[in-house]
Design a binder for this molecule. Structure first.
Ligand SMILES: [Zn+2]
Length: 464
């Protein structure tokens, strides 16, 4: 046995063993670290990933040795598209698509979006600010929440971990919360955006935002809720359906954010209170004067031509049976001519001593050839020379409201023409059953002549 060898070998052997074990330990540690790292990567929740993303999007200038997760300092969703988040480190992110995507911004943008505010107010009937929200079976106290509509809301929770940097979103009024805007939530938001558009289309027609909100937030509205025999009322409901009135059923047609119909009030409706849908209509008493008219025998004989009259009536009925399924006007109606009022609306007429129908129009006397203007935007439903009414024009203003101009000397439009308010459609004359140059003018709602005076310098949306 070599004694030198034995201690040397003895020295080498423990040395080699130490290195060996150290190396082995090192490899094991690496494997452990890898397992932990990749294991962690695989189990990262979308929320943790989102938090990582938000952190990596704005890297700190020098990597901090022990990074504290940044949290949301404040946020504001301006509308269904625009919003911002400011983080504890001062960085800002903005969205323009309702939170589906976020991008870095230099600063918090100014919250200047007055237009949709009324619509959002209308879509948010209940104000719900939860004290806590449930997310992935944990309850988190809410630091700040914001509901844009009854369904769409945002919440910032108090959490020292990743959740503190994530804006939670709900699209079901706060029943469930998500760290990201899912496709299902997108679909809900799209529907809310459509409602908002409809709201804005309708809102533009009212007198002011106060009236608009009052009407649009009611289940039923009557414009106006007081009327007289011969008048017309515009009915608005929140839901589709119909209303019954004087033995007839009027279907509510969709427009904007509601459902509408005109309701003609008969000449012999008794004063009182009547239910109309879910609202109450008050009919006020009104007395109509009597007018005695003398016409020549020749003129009177005109009215015996029942075949021609019936043929004309068919044309008129056909023209008035179709109406645009929307309101074609956006502003006040105008009186088609200045002129001397010779017969007011609703006069009970006696022609040559015999009781005639009541005069459900106004007669405005004016020199022959005076230009006659369209009372508002619309489509010419009929422009024709008719036997009793002479040169006649009916303009469709949508939703079964027509204006009528007759006895004109000349027609300047034809059936199907689109007209704008104030367009000259004809000239004053005395064609047909007429005793002198004048314009016989009225409105028809659902084939019932109604008081034209209600429309001048206003629109049915301003009736209140
Ligand atoms: Zn007349």
């Amino acid at each position: 046995m070599n004694p030198r060898q034995t201690p040397a070998a003895g020295r080498r052997s423990p040395l080699r063993s130490v290195k060996y074990w150290l190396a082995l330990l090192g490899i094991a540690a690496l494997i452990c670290a890898a397992v932990v790292y990749f294991g962690r990567q695989q189990t990262l929740s979308p929320l943790q990933q989102a938090a990582q993303q938000t952190q990596s999007a704005t890297p700190a200038p020098t990597p901090a040795p022990t990074p504290t997760p940044r949290t949301i300092a404040d946020f504001n969703m301006v509308d269904l598209n625009h919003g911002w988040v400011r983080y504890s480190d001062g960085s800002v992110r903005v969205t323009e698509d309702g939170g589906a995507h976020w991008t870095d911004a230099a600063a918090v943008p100014p919250d200047s979006s007055p237009a949709p505010v009324d619509g959002l107010l209308w879509l948010r009937k209940t104000v719900n600010h939860p004290a806590a929200v449930n997310y992935q079976s944990h309850t988190y106290p809410v630091k700040k929440s914001q509901f844009l509509t009854d369904l769409i809301g945002w919440a910032q929770v108090a959490d020292d971990g990743e959740l503190g940097a994530v804006l939670l979103v709900t699209a079901d009024g706060g029943a469930t919360w998500s760290a990201e805007v899912t496709p299902d939530m997108q679909a809900v938001m799209d529907k809310e955006r459509e409602k908002l558009k409809a709201f804005e289309q309708e809102m533009a027609l009212y007198a002011d935002r106060g009236q608009a909100l009052r009407v649009m937030q009611s289940d039923w509205a009557l414009l106006p809720d007081k009327a007289a025999p011969g008048d017309v009322v515009l009915v608005r409901a929140k839901e589709p359906g119909s209303v019954k009135w004087e033995g007839k059923t009027y279907k509510l047609e969709p427009f904007g954010a509601g459902y509408f119909t005109y309701l003609p009030i008969g000449m012999d409706v008794k004063p009182g209170k009547y239910p109309v849908g879910g609202a109450e209509l008050t009919i006020q008493p009104k007395k109509f004067e009597t007018q005695y008219l003398t016409v020549t025998e020749e003129m009177e004989s005109m009215r015996q031509e029942t075949d021609r009259i019936a043929a004309d009536q068919k044309k008129i009925d056909k023209a008035r049976s179709v109406s645009a399924p929307q309101f074609l006007f956006t502003s006040d109606f105008i009186q088609p001519i200045e002129g001397r009022l010779t017969t007011p609306y609703g006069y009970t007429r006696y022609v040559n001593g015999k009781l005639d129908s009541s005069h459900r129009a106004i007669d405005l006397a004016a020199p022959e050839g005076t230009p006659v203007k369209a009372a508002n935007d619309g489509i010419v439903a009929l422009a024709d020379n008719l036997y009793l009414t002479g040169n006649s024009v009916y303009i469709d203003h949508g939703m079964h409201l027509f204006s009528q101009y007759i006895h004109m000397s000349k027609l300047l439009v034809k059936t199907g023409d689109k007209v704008k308010k104030g367009d000259v459609i004809g000239l004053v004359g005395t064609t047909g059953f007429s005793t002198g140059p004048h314009l016989h003018f009225t409105f028809w709602a659902h084939n019932v002549p109604v008081n034209p005076n209600l429309f001048f310098k206003t629109t049915p949306f301003h009736w209140q």
